[in-house]
Design a protein around this ligand. Structure first.
Ligand SMILES: [Zn+2]
Ligand SMILES: [Zn+2]
Length: 152
């Protein structure tokens, strides 16, 4: 488990400080939307908060053990789409990570379920691949700068 300063911009890329974004969720506050839960789970993967990941995983699909030892070197998160309908939610996202000198991505359409006022991650349809950012694309590191002016 890693420490992340409360006053820094949240790793989920929302633009808000960690203290006003995913930290309260990591401390037990219920996520208001499936997207908020997804963001907080992404940050939990980065910070290796295994207990939080398990607590927000629906019991019917939660893995018995969760090892984050071989996790990718996560760089940034993009929410492509999200919506909720009653107790069901869907979030389509793309998470980028560094591999050697390049970049990879994990894209997932995740299903969320609300029970007793709390959202849980249920399951997802994933695809992975290599990312080849263009010089003028936003840098995959999440800085908000153009790739050519940042990590290229
Ligand atoms: Zn956040
Ligand atoms: Zn960069």
């Amino acid at each position: 488990m890693s420490y992340f300063p409360e006053s820094e911009p949240c790793l989920c890329g929302s633009g808000a400080r960690y203290a006003k974004c995913c930290l309260p969720l990591h401390q037990g506050q219920a996520a208001a939307t499936p997207e908020a839960l997804m963001r907080s789970r992404y940050v939990a993967f980065v910070l290796e908060l295994a207990d939080y990941l398990k607590a927000t995983w629906h019991p019917s699909t939660r893995p018995a053990t969760l090892s984050l030892d071989n996790s990718p070197d996560w760089a940034s998160l993009n929410i492509l789409d999200s919506h909720e309908d009653g107790n069901q939610g869907l979030v389509h996202f793309r998470a980028l990570y560094r591999v050697g000198n390049g970049w990879g991505y994990l894209e997932e359409k995740s299903d969320f379920l609300k029970e007793d006022g709390r959202w849980y991650y249920l399951q997802g349809e994933t695809s992975e691949g290599q990312l080849k950012p263009g010089r003028n694309d936003r840098c995959p590191c999440g800085s908000g700068k153009k790739y050519k002016a940042c990590c290229l």
